[in-house]
Ligand binder design. Structure first.
Ligand SMILES: [Fe+2]
Ligand SMILES: [Fe+2]
Length: 165
């Protein structure tokens, strides 16, 4: 069964949210680079790539269900923060915002009796649990490190290991 118009519109809106997320994280990476934190920047670049794959996952699903993907313009992302810690706090807040969006989509799919979409969205529900956990763990580490330059240097190193295991 083809996607209902309502679901199609909502999934298209989520594609934009995922691209906006990718764009925001790239902006965060650029800020972190400019402040000479290559590890934090690398972590954010990897995060950006993940958001891109989320958008493509939705794109493929809409097409698979006979829907029409229509792209919207991207939101101009914030470009400055006061510290790397503030960047990761903003990333955590952004993930919570996206989790709300996914939950809204699940509710809509349920109301529309679209079981396939509800099932498809479960992957995103689980992904958001991970995304919230990983960003909030990093915020905790920043709080632990506090004002220590040495600690910040080590944390930058540690986050730069992402994807290298
Ligand atoms: Fe995402
Ligand atoms: Fe995310």
């Amino acid at each position: 069964m083809r996607l209902s118009e309502k679901i199609e519109k909502a999934l298209n809106a989520q594609i934009k949210e995922e691209f906006d997320s990718a764009y925001l994280y790239l902006s965060m990476a650029a800020y972190l680079k400019s402040k000479k934190f290559p590890g934090f920047a690398k972590w954010m670049e990897a995060q950006m790539q993940e958001e891109f794959t989320h958008a493509i996952k939705l794109y493929s699903y809409v097409n698979e269900r006979g829907g029409r993907v229509v792209l919207e313009g991207l939101k101009k992302p914030q470009e400055n923060w006061n510290s790397p810690q503030e960047v990761f706090e903003a990333a955590y807040a952004h993930e919570c915002y996206i989790s709300d969006k996914i939950d809204e989509l699940v509710r809509l799919a349920r109301n529309e009796n679209d079981n396939a979409t509800e099932g498809f969205l479960q992957w995103f529900v689980n992904e958001q649990v991970e995304e919230e956990a990983s960003t909030s763990e990093i915020v905790d580490k920043f709080k632990f490190v506090g004002e220590s330059k040495n600690g910040l240097f080590m944390l930058d190193n540690a986050l730069g290991q992402r994807g290298e295991k």
